[in-house]
Design a protein around this ligand. Sequence first.
Ligand code: NAP
Length: 284
Amino acid sequence: MRHHRYKLAVIGDPIGHSLSPQIHSAALQAAGLRGSYEAIRVESAALPEGVSSMRSSSYDGFNVTIPHKEAMIGLVDRLDSLAAETGAVNTVKRVGRSLVGYNTDVTGFGRLFDRLVLIAERRVRDVALVLGAGGAARAAVASLRSRGWTVVIANRTPERAVRAFGQDARVIALDASQVQAALDVAGVLVNTTSVGMDEPADSPLPRGVHIDSQVTVCDLVYSPLDTALLRHARRARCPTVDGLEFLIAQAADSFNLWTGVLADEGAMRRAAALKNTMTSAAAS
Ligand code: NAP
C-alpha cells in the first residue's frame, strides 16, 4: 500500500480543538505513507447524511468524536466485538463496500493500563477508581475490567453511572467521604469527567480528598494538558499519566487498523505538543 494515497478524517462537533489531524499527518509522514487527514464538523442532526457523504467520498477510514460515538453504532454496516460491547464507535474503517466500526479507545487505553501495572511493578491494590460515567468512562471501564481491575465509579449523577455500569462496577456518589474511602484502597485513579477543561483551576476530586503516593493518577483531559488533578497528584508524589498519552494510544491503534503499519508514537506526540504550544501562544 506504499503508493496508495490515504484519505482519512475525524468527524465531531465541535472539532476545531482536535489534535487528530496533526497526530495522524505526522504518523503518515513518519511511516513514509502518502495521504491526508481532515477535521470535519458534523452536527448531530446531520450525522446520517454526514456518514453517507463519507461513504461516497471514498474515505479509507475516519475517527468519530464527541458527540457521535454512540450514535455511530447504528450507522455502520458491521461492528467489531469491542465496539458492540462498549456501545460506542471511535474508529470506522472501509472494508470493500462496507463501513466497519471499532473502538480503539478501549484497546489504546488498555495498553496504557498495562503499562501502569509495570509502573507499580506488581499490583498491590487492584481497585481502580473512575471519576465520570460518560463516553470516555465506558472505554476506560471496559479496558480496566478486561485487565482484571475491580472498578468503582464516582459520578456527579450516580443514577447515570448505575444505568451505564450497574452490572460491572460499584457506583458511589462524588462526595468527599465516599471518594476518600475508595481512594484509600485504590491503585489507580482515572478522571474521565470533563472537569478542568473549561476552568483549568478546577479539580474533579471533591475538596479535602487526600491521594497517597501508591495511587497512579490518570487524567483523560488533554486541553489543558497540565490539569489541577495532575498537579495535586505530583505534589502527593503519585505517578501520573496525562490525557495526551491516552489520545496518542487510541490514535496509534486507529492508524494501525487503517494502514497496517505501527504508528510512530514519538512523532505523533511531538506533533500534538507543537499544536498545543501554538494554540496556547495564540490564546495569550
Ligand atoms: P461526556 O460523555 O459528556 O461525560 C462527561 C462526564 O463528566 C460525565 O460523567 C459528567 O457527569 C461529568 N461532569 C461534567 N461536568 C462536571 C462537573 N462540573 N462536575 C462533576 N462532573 C462533571 O464526555 P466524555 O466523552 O466522556 O469526555 C469526558 C472528557 O474526557 C472530556 O474532557 C474529553 O475531552 C476527554 N476525553 C479524552 C480522551 C483522550 O484520548 N485523552 C478520549 C475521550 C475523551 P454527569 O453524568 O453528572 O453529567
